[in-house]
Design a protein around this ligand. Structure first.
Ligand code: FAD
Length: 369
């Protein structure tokens, strides 16, 4: 007599897909690469943060860490390459061509995909900046590989795969995504999510220069004029040492000025929770959280903010979190270092006044710097 079929065993929690044998043409892919984002010689700090994260991955995999620098020929690009060794690069891949003077998706995608196809990295990391997101998506689709965007954690799995973790379902869950059967495994990470590594003075090491072979006529997009964004210098939330932020608990746009006043006295940047942007009280570049900026200040003061998970993920890296909230059960008190249960509308002016009396302009600069 036939035995009734046993019900299938439940799948173990954890990785849902298994790694197939990598196709032959992917087996040679090795080493960890970090795209060093620079515009006019200015490196975006997220690139150095990624060098720190890339170093850990490379050490776990027992491979080299390479910096990838694209830019115009000349001293600016050479200086960026040299700097990448001070942040731990074992070697650098460089495409120095005047066609890369300004970021254009076509030329940068071509340069980066050429490098990948020639030198075959197993992991490629980029900053989740405006430029990095544009480039990463185009490179991944051109190479037909997987890309995990806005990661909050990067690790190496037991079989050597990149485990890229990011929030999902509106930030209520974290999921770990693998690119098991394609190469390279690509990920983007937002500024300030990874800690900044120590910079160590080092002589430049191995540099591999690659020729691009593009001419201006090959590129449809033309840069007619460069106009610096006058507003971009205004908000430096992601890299501020002191941040004061307000939420719905402040009750009105007028009361939000109390946050700006305290920030002014502390030489701090000001920010807000998402509903204040949605209400039109504060501009979007000031939003902190999962769909706003990630911050890592020495001091974060949150007034009238409940501490929803989507806000929490953007502030958890702060050294000291001070929360002001009327509700002693507000979730923000679960992760704040100092909690003050009171009315922020009354406390903020008192704090501002106390700091005004206490801090000389010199002390304020030190606190903010
Ligand atoms: C996909 C998605 C992405 C999101 N991204 C973000 C994001 O990037 N950033 C973000 O912030 N949110 C984000 N949110 C929204 C998030 O879920 C919360 O709704 C939001 O953070 C709540 O903002 P809040 O804390 O200002 O308001 P509330 O949750 O309404 O909290 C107000 C708090 O103020 C307190 N309060 C009231 N009066 C006073 C007073 N006088 N003094 C002091 N405290 C007082 C209350 O006790 C309460 O805790 C996102 C949501 C989704 C679904």
């Amino acid at each position: 007599m036939n035995q009734p079929a046993k019900p299938a065993a439940p799948k173990p929690a954890g990785r849902a897909a298994t790694k197939k044998e990598l196709p032959e043409h992917f087996k040679g892919y090795k080493h960890v690469w970090v795209f060093i984002e620079q515009e006019r010689g200015q490196v975006h700090p997220v690139s150095w943060e990624l060098m720190g994260a890339g170093r850990k991955l490379a050490n776990k995999l027992g491979v080299e860490l390479a910096a990838v620098v694209l830019g115009p020929a000349g001293e600016g690009t050479t200086a960026v390459v040299a700097e990448s060794f001070c942040y731990g690069a074992d070697l650098a891949y460089v495409v120095a061509d005047d066609i890369l003077a300004d970021f254009r998706n076509e030329s940068y995608t071509r340069a980066l995909t050429d490098l990948v196809n020639t030198y075959k990295p197993e992991v490629l990391l980029l900053g989740a900046t405006t430029l990095g997101r544009d480039l990463a998506g185009a490179v991944a689709t051109t190479l037909l590989t997987g890309l995990t965007a806005d990661c909050t954690e990067l690790d190496v799995d037991t079989d050597g795969s990149l485990a890229a973790t990011r929030p999902t379902f509106g930030g209520s869950l974290l999921c770990t995504i693998y690119t098991l059967n394609y190469r390279p495994q690509m990920a983007t990470v937002r500024p300030r999510v990874m800690p900044m590594p120590e910079r160590t003075e080092r002589e430049p090491g191995r540099v591999i220069e690659h020729k691009l072979g593009l001419v201006e006529d090959d590129i449809v997009t033309k840069v007619l004029k460069f106009l610096p964004d006058r507003d971009s210098a205004k908000s430096n939330l992601a890299y501020a040492d002191v941040v004061v932020a307000g939420g719905v608990g402040l009750g009105s746009p007028e009361n939000f000025q109390l946050v700006r006043q305290l920030a002014g006295v502390l030489g701090a940047e000001y920010g807000c929770s998402r509903p204040l942007v949605q209400k039109g009280w504060v501009t979007a570049d000031r939003q902190i959280g999962q769909t706003g900026k990630t911050i890592r200040p020495k001091l974060y003061i949150a007034a009238g903010i409940s501490g929803a998970i989507q806000h929490r993920v953007g502030v958890e890296g702060a050294d000291l979190i001070v929360a002001i909230n009327t509700d002693k059960n507000a979730p923000i008190f679960d992760f704040a270092h100092i909690g003050i249960v009171t009315d922020a509308i009354r406390l903020l002016p008192a704090l501002t006044e106390a700091f005004r009396l206490r801090l000389s302009p010199h002390q304020r600069d030190r606190l903010a710097g």
